[in-house]
Design a protein around this ligand. Structure first.
Ligand code: SF4
Length: 347
């Protein structure tokens, strides 16, 4: 595998196109959003056999979102609402049943996994399980460079050291093992591993929910600093609106696989229209937000996604439900001149 030169490697970022084995010049003025989800759906078949049809579970249903370059989109909803399945589709780890993901206008479907990894990188929830305990930090952080054949061994070591600096880890951490680091330091290692390829887009899947509250703020501030420094675009997935409040430009609220409200941070936090968003906000105002899945005060647990309620899927839990809500699913309608969307008959 041909190694890239130092000039290509240090401080450089890949082209913004994903189908780019032969690379085109980066177009920082590209009119396309960094990431666009177009009618994305993912369903699974449960059970079934030779003489029995299985049930269909619609994990993600007709999700459309646009994330402009350099912005942070928060994706919020309870555990099991489809957020992580959505993240897997964006990372190319599972294929959509319907719809497309566009990265800078280019469809992700069929894209080369290696090329994709240079544009989109994940940061997962649990730094304890996502780092190999038998590898030194330098090996963990530098692995993507080795996989992609970028730079010489010396250049790779230089990039690892620079990236550890960027995420606020001491250089001696390079020779340590994950078990020798604190939870916050391990998450910094996971962030360094995501950034070593200088991606355009980072999918942050509950990156602070396994950390102590005091460490959460440090990691969120670090993510904000890195966004500015590297011009990153984030999709920030969380069950907790309080966590995303200071980070996001826009918020999409997901319930049972569908977006039920989407808008700017100001609109979602000051004038939410969907009763589910309002319940999530109420739960975010509890004395210790961020501690596990919040009690959103809606009584019944989230319905079984393989047997969703008729009409508006939220109606069994909605304090404002009307007769129409049991029969007709509300469409995701635009308001505020197209700058926000909500799916509720009463909104
Ligand atoms: Fe509640 Fe009806 Fe609105 Fe659904 S459509 S959120 S059940 S008021």
């Amino acid at each position: 595998m041909k190694a890239q030169s130092t000039a290509e490697m240090v401080g450089s970022r890949p082209s913004s196109r994903i189908s780019n084995a032969s690379s085109t010049p980066e177009t920082s003025q590209s009119p396309n959003p960094a990431l666009e989800l177009c009618g994305l759906s993912k369903s699974f078949t449960l059970g079934g056999g030779l003489f029995k049809r299985g049930r269909t579970l619609g994990a993600v249903n007709d999700v459309s979102l646009r994330i402009p370059r350099g912005q942070v989109m928060g994706l919020v909803g309870e555990s099991g609402c489809g957020k992580s399945t959505l993240a897997k589709m964006l990372l190319g780890l599972t294929s959509p049943t319907e719809g497309d993901v566009l990265v800078d206008g280019e469809p992700l479907r069929g894209a080369d996994q290696k090329a994709l990894a240079r544009h989109i990188q994940p940061i997962f929830q649990d730094p304890y399980s996502s780092l190999n305990p038998r590898k030194r930090i330098a090996q963990i952080v530098g692995l993507p460079l080795r996989v992609h054949g970028i730079g010489t061994a010396r250049e790779q070591a230089t990039r690892v050291a620079e990236t550890l600096d960027v995420v606020g880890l001491p250089r001696r951490a390079a020779e340590q093992f994950p078990g020798q680091l604190s939870g916050g330091q391990r998450q910094r290692v996971a962030i360094a591993r995501a950034l070593i390829m200088r991606p355009d887009i980072v999918i942050c899947d509950e990156p602070t929910s396994a950390l102590d509250v005091s460490v959460q703020a440090q990691i969120l501030n670090l993510l904000l600093d890195l966004k500015t420094e590297f011009g990153l675009t984030y999709l920030f997935i969380s069950h907790d609106l309080a966590v995303v409040e200071h980070l996001v430009d826009r918020v999409a609220v997901m319930y049972l696989g569908r977006i039920v409200e989407e808008g700017s941070r100001e609109q979602i936090f000051s004038a939410p229209r969907h009763p589910y968003t309002q319940a999530l906000l109420d739960s975010a105002l509890t004395p210790e937000p961020g501690l596990g899945v919040p009690d959103i005060g809606l009584g019944d647990a989230m319905p079984d996604p393989s047997n969703p309620p008729s009409g508006c899927a939220f109606h069994p839990r909605c304090p404002k439900a009307q007769a129409i809500c049991q029969q007709t699913r509300p469409r995701l309608e635009e308001f505020r001149g197209g700058n926000a969307r909500v799916a509720c008959h009463l909104a």
